[in-house]
Design a protein around this ligand. Sequence first.
Ligand code: NI
Length: 368
Amino acid sequence: MEKQLIEWFEWFHKNPELSYEEYNTTAKIREILTQAGLEILPFELETGLVAVIRGKGPGLVSALRCDIDALPIVEETELSYASCHEGKMHACGHDFHITAGLGCALLLNERKEELAGTVKIIFQPAEESSLGALKILETPVMEDVEEIWGIHADPTNEAGVLGIREGSVSAAVDRFVVTVKGNSCHGAHPDDGVDPIPVAAAIVQAFQTIVTRNINAFHPGLISVTRMEAGNTWNVIPESAVLEGTVRTMDRKDRVLVEKRMKEIAENTAKAYGAEAEVKWIPGPPAVFNDALMVEKSIQTAHECGFDVVPEEASMGGDDFSFYEERIPGCYIKIGTGKGQLIHQPGFQVNEKVIWPTVKFLTKLLNC
Ligand code: NI
């Protein structure tokens, strides 16, 4: 099966599709699973699908989440199986996740006589949009699931090394847009209006005090203003200014606090300057949190399968895996894919040697 898995991995790498457009990817996954006689749950999903393996005996219902989408990046590897679609690339290793999920589904299906419980393999669309998990959660697929596992390619570790960590793994990902409304006037007569630009600048500065003055110093958190826009010429004071950016927090209470403080600071700073500000808060996925018992089980299984385990590096990045964890315990494991360019970079690549050991590890982990 190992050779077959590598062939499939190369096919997926060659044929990347962006979030919500994973039609050919889904068709290929369906074809492979159907040929192997696996049951695919009849949910109506535009892209993505869920396979189920029902064991002989009673037991836990567990799930493995494999995301399937690629990124809008021009590939710069020398691989013989590099992307055939200019400007699209599996630069986050989701081609590896698909292949590992397929291998795991096929192996569990072969062994289902010995399997106690049920395993669902979720091939999830649009992880890169931060919201693809919600598509899966619109279906009843998770209703009976009691625990969920997630994996991610990790180019900061060698093949054969797993990163596993208890507790917070990645941050809640929220977005904000602040609109400052002033009063436009001639650039030579600022006294005739209300200039929104110094107001926006004061708000940007004051936002940073939320992290340093309001959040517990032992709690990770950050606010990045990533876009500032105002005006369109040199001698007119504009009517308004817009700030946009992202907030990352690990702690649920901090997340609420930051939103509240940002609104207070923006609205009251603007008021002090005679302007008005409105904060639009666009919530994304919450923080990913690894369950202690699942962590223990995964470390033990990793050692049994010959992997080295290192503490997983926490990240201020996010993953919509956390939406599943709002209801049930979960564990998100980083799989060392060989040291090299980081994820979301044009030279990122996965060492194919990790595919087969990962499949064996996941099969053992899910075969409870
Ligand atoms: Ni990813």
